[in-house]
Structure formats: structure tokens, C-alpha cells
Write a protein that binds this ligand. Structure first.
Ligand code: DC
Length: 226
């Protein structure tokens, strides 16, 4: 596949975008790029360095060169001061603050530049997942997919992923947190979460992970051949 071959996978929190994108990349021998990890890395850097969550301060921090994406085994991982922070960026403290960071236009501009730069580095192409990949970052992506799933199902998957309780009251509470994050991401002024007009929308509530990966890989093979 050509170097500029980009597959964009967008969708709300817990829709399985990142794990799906990683598996699709593997199936097609492409690299995987998780854009949310970069917003999380900016947030982690601010928390670690005591930088207030203010747009000007975070813009300066992002431009300082401390945060970089590094390609490791076909996976772009976020690094802070040269250290892989792909696990650290999943912490609860980062999750609590990242929506506010991702709502800042100057941070978004920096992240988008880094994503485009990373995509150009890979000689076979990339599968990029996020919220605005098909609408803003790579509007010319060869394939755009928008993954959705019912909130209760997304909450259940998130609980399994995090090793949390599967009691219905806990799933319900987690569902409320996820719905609030959907709302924050969909109603923000810059790059709100929505499918691109030319995206293929896939509801994954009732299909298996393997089936959704195969469906997207199949679509990708078709656009590549066309
Ligand atoms: O997918 P995630 O939970 O790692 O995303 C972290 C945050 O970043 C979440 O609030 C949505 C936001 N985000 C975004 O605004 N645009 C993207 N392309 C990716 C993530």
C-alpha cells in the first residue's frame, strides 16, 4: 500500500476504536496511530510538570519538544522526555483532565501536525483512530470508518478492559460517565465528534470484535484495489 494510505477510524469513547484500529493495522501490515494517546500525553506532561491546564501554557508545553510519537513495532507510542508513556497516559488522573485539554484549539493544531508528520514517516501507511481523523486531520483518507455502540455495551467493554466490576449498578454508573464524555466531545466548539459525510458507519453493539476487524480490513482491501 502507498505511503499516503490512511485509514481513519473515529467514534465515541469505548466504541473499541483503538483495539480495532490496532488489529486492522496488523491484518494489513500498516502502522497504528492512536491520536487520543497524544492528547493524553500532553495532559500527563502538564500533570507531571505542574503546568496549569490553560491553553497558552499547554501550547508552549506541546511545542517544547518534550512530547513525541515514536514508531515501535508498527505502533506509534507517545514518549515524554524520551520515555515511553503509553501505559501512564491511561491513568484516571489523565482521563479526568484530557477532555478539557482536547477542547483547546492550539493543542489540537499541534496534535494534528504531529499526526500528519507521523503518518508521512511510515512507508506502507497508517490506521489512525480518534474523533476527528476523517473530518479534520485526514479529510482525504482512503477509507473512513465511524464506529458506534450502545452506551451500556461500551460501559461493559470498558469495565472488562479495566478489570472493573460487571455489576449492573456499576455498569450503569460507568455508562453515565461515558455518556457525559460523549456529550463533551460532541458539543465542543472545535472538531466535535461526528461522522464524516463519506464515512462507513458500523454499529458494533451486536457484532464480534473479529467480525468488525474483518469487515474494515475487507473494506480497506477493496479501496486499495479500486
Ligand atoms: O480515545 P481517548 O479516550 O484516548 O481520547 C482522549 C481524549 O482526547 C478524549 O476526551 C477525546 C479526545 N480526542 C479528541 O478530541 N480527538 C481525537 N482525535 C482523539 C481524542
Amino acid at each position: 500500500m502507498p505511503a499516503d494510505f490512511v485509514i481513519a477510524i473515529d467514534g465515541p469513547a469505548g466504541s473499541g476504536k483503538s483495539s480495532t484500529a490496532r488489529a486492522v493495522a496488523r491484518a494489513l501490515s500498516l502502522a497504528h496511530l492512536d491520536s487520543g494517546a497524544l492528547y493524553r500525553a500532553v495532559t500527563l506532561a502538564a500533570l507531571r510538570r505542574g503546568v496549569p491546564i490553560e491553553e497558552g501554557r499547554l501550547h508552549a508545553l506541546s511545542q517544547s519538544g518534550a512530547i513525541r510519537l515514536v514508531l515501535k513495532n508498527d505502533e506509534f507510542v507517545p514518549t515524554l522526555g524520551g520515555v515511553d508513556v503509553s501505559t501512564d497516559v491511561r491513568s484516571e488522573a489523565v482521563t479526568a483532565d484530557v477532555s478539557a485539554v482536547a477542547a483547546m484549539p492550539l493543542v489540537r493544531d499541534w496534535v494534528n501536525g504531529e499526526l500528519r508528520r507521523a503518518a508521512r514517516q511510515h512507508n506502507r501507511g497508517v490506521v489512525v483512530d480518534g474523533r476527528d481523523i476523517g473530518t479534520v486531520v485526514f479529510p482525504d483518507a482512503r477509507l473512513k470508518v465511524f464506529l458506534t455502540a450502545e452506551v451500556s455495551e461500551r460501559a461493559r467493554r470498558r469495565a472488562i478492559q479495566d478489570g472493573g466490576s460487571l455489576e449492573s449498578a456499576d455498569i450503569h454508573a460507568l455508562g453515565e460517565v461515558i455518556a457525559a464524555r460523549d456529550d463533551a466531545d460532541s458539543t465542543r466548539a472545535v472538531a466535535p465528534l461526528r461522522p464524516a459525510p463519506d464515512a462507513v458507519v458500523i454499529d458494533t453493539t451486536a457484532i464480534s470484535f473479529a467480525a468488525q476487524v474483518e469487515q474494515i480490513a475487507g473494506l480497506a482491501r477493496r479501496v486499495h484495489v479500486d
